[in-house]
Design a protein around this ligand. Structure first.
Ligand SMILES: C[S@@+](CC[C@H](N)C(=O)[O-])C[C@H]1O[C@@H](n2cnc3c(N)ncnc32)[C@H](O)[C@@H]1O
Length: 270
């Protein structure tokens, strides 16, 4: 139920609201107790009204999101040759929207070399789409050995190891044009040819400020002409620098923002 799924910012807003109501009522009590009570009731009722309106809107957005998820899942199911169930989509994984967009991009552009930053369900979906079209390889890197291994096991269970490789790639201090930041050790990608499709779904935002911007700074030169770049989580404030950088380098009028919950942005390079 939406009401119980308070985000950190929601809880902060509620605390600020309660403190404000109490503070203003306390000020009113300096004049008269009745005035304080009236102020308290008016502010508290307005606050409750605003909260109800907020959660009604959130629940309407949830409903729309669920119907989009169903459409995307139907597309995934009808497009891929599924021989076992896919791993579950979770809060940490790619969304059905991202998976559906990746399948669409692979069908249309038939990339041969796919590099993914952040392994998981998306690695399995992409490997399956490449297998179904009969060409291509996905290389995925993950800073967390636990999730890298989990993805490798799932790829093995799905018999997709000949279409995919997952590398353990700890975040190491890396030189970028903005200074040194923790990023994947790129040495392991030296053997990789020009990248036709780059999927940017990591590192997690807590690793540093603008955590995904180094993909642009360090990998742009390794893209094949006309390469596609698929960025996840692009509705997030902390992704804005990365999205702006990719959009500014993209081919004119060849980028697409998919209006889904987490935001997916697809960029076509010149
Ligand atoms: C956004 S996730 C990448 C998701 C991936 N593309 C997928 O489709 O599942 C970014 C990183 O979070 C880490 N991760 C994945 N699941 C996690 C979980 N349940 N808890 C904490 N970290 C997780 C992994 O190391 C992954 O590289």
């Amino acid at each position: 139920m939406s009401l119980l799924r308070l985000k950190h910012e929601d809880s902060r807003r509620i605390v600020v609201l309660v403190l404000l109501v109490c503070g203003i009522s306390a000020l009113g009590s300096l004049i008269s107790l009745n005035l304080a009570l009236t102020i308290f009731l008016v502010l508290a009722l307005s606050g409750i009204f605003l909260l109800i309106a907020h959660y009604q809107r959130a629940s309407e957005e949830d409903r729309i999101q669920q119907s989009q998820d169903i459409q995307d899942l139907q597309f995934i199911q009808s497009t891929l040759d599924l021989r076992r169930p896919l791993p579950y989509f979770t809060r940490w994984s790619s969304s059905p929207a991202l998976a559906a967009q990746l399948i669409g991009v692979i069908k249309v552009y038939q990339p041969r070399c796919v590099l993914e930053l952040g392994s998981g369900v998306s690695t399995v979906v992409v490997a399956m789409a490449l297998r179904d079209q009969g060409s291509g390889q996905i290389t995925s890197v993950d800073h967390d050995p636990v999730y890298a291994e989990k993805t490798r096991k799932e790829l093995a269970a799905q018999d997709l190891l000949s279409w995919s490789t997952v590398h353990d790639a700890p975040l190491v201090q890396t030189q970028t044009p903005r200074g040194t930041v923790p990023y994947y050790d790129m040495a392991m990608l030296d053997e990789l040819g020009p990248i036709d499709l780059l999927i940017v779904d990591a590192p997690p935002r807590h690793s540093c400020e603008d955590a995904r911007l180094p993909a642009f700074e360090l990998l742009k030169e390794r893209l094949a002409p006309g390469a596609l770049v698929v960025l996840d989580d692009t509705v997030r404030e902390d992704e804005s620098a990365s999205v702006a950088a990719w959009l500014s380098a993209a081919r004119d009028n060849a980028s697409r923002i998919v209006p889904c919950r987490k935001g997916v942005t697809i960029v076509r390079m010149p």
